[in-house]
Design a protein around this ligand. Structure first.
Ligand code: FPP
Length: 242
């Protein structure tokens, strides 16, 4: 899909967030890493709720990457349990607040109970349109592109697609994000200036903001400030200004 700034505010229509710094936030308090993840989960709600006022229709958050399996078994199991609890606890509120939830990423390594909760939440919120929240879970951009190309190759092999018709739009249709517009703004918290395999294809023309705030400290006000900075930028998409 194409990329367009919010028509009402000139702000970003789609914001993607790499929620980093939970571990350091917990360490600074002498607490285990999972304490930071729980604090981070609480922020998600506040940030989602801020979207309508900021003119943001699409919010995509990086909850667990294809590389995060390398963490200790305790941390991985704790995060999976947090996701299950989060979905169970927040489902009704998300539905009632007009949030449509989608998940992107490869589900193969996720446990059946979590997959069921993800499916149910997608279904429960399918009629909503106020904010589109996409949660990237076991997501990696290279993995997504590889899976997309595999599906595309099967379609070519089955005769459903002519190789001569393969172009950027065709590949985009096979990505997990095929129903979403491209992100206008990608925010990473915690002072690291890396993309970490997040929405690489989709963010080709996105603006980036790397901010020092750790994710559990990312309040509505910090979010509003970063979004206001976006409005001052001159996006040219490769063309000349004016
Ligand atoms: C990165 O911080 C954060 C994660 C790998 C997990 C993100 C998850 C949450 C914010 C929890 C909840 C999300 C949902 C959707 C309920 P880090 O652990 O790498 O921090 P560090 O760099 O300081 O160690």
């Amino acid at each position: 899909m194409t990329d367009a700034a919010s028509p009402t505010t000139g702000g970003p229509r789609h914001v993607a967030v790499i929620m980093d710094g939970n571990g350091r936030w917990a360490r600074a308090r002498g607490r285990p890493r999972l304490f930071g993840h729980h604090a981070g989960a609480k922020r998600v709600r506040e940030v989602v709720n801020a979207c309508p006022d900021l003119g943001i229709k699409y919010l995509t958050i990086f909850a667990f990457s294809t590389e995060n399996w390398k963490r200790t078994q305790t941390e991985v199991a704790g995060l999976m349990s947090l996701f299950r609890r989060y979905i169970t606890k927040e489902a009704r509120a998300l539905r009632d607040e007009g949030v449509r939830v989608r998940f992107i990423g490869d589900r193969v390594r996720l446990d059946d109970k979590l997959i069921k909760l993800m499916d149910e939440l997608e279904e429960l919120t399918a009629g909503n349109d106020l904010v589109h929240l996409t949660i990237a879970l076991n997501y990696g951009s290279r993995d997504e592109v590889a899976r997309a190309i595999q599906r595309l190759a099967y379609e070519v092999a089955e005769g459903g697609l002519d190789p001569a018709d393969v172009n950027e739009d065709t590949l985009t249709r096979f990505l997990d994000t095929h129903v979403l517009p491209d992100p206008d703004l990608v925010i990473r918290t915690s002072g690291e200036a890396r993309i970490s395999n997040f929405l690489l294809w989709q963010s080709a023309y996105a603006e980036y903001e790397f901010i020092d705030t750790l994710w559990p400290d990312f309040t509505r006000d910090v979010f509003a400030e970063v979004v206001a900075g976006y409005g001052k930028r001159d996006r040219r998409f490769g063309a000349v200004s004016g």
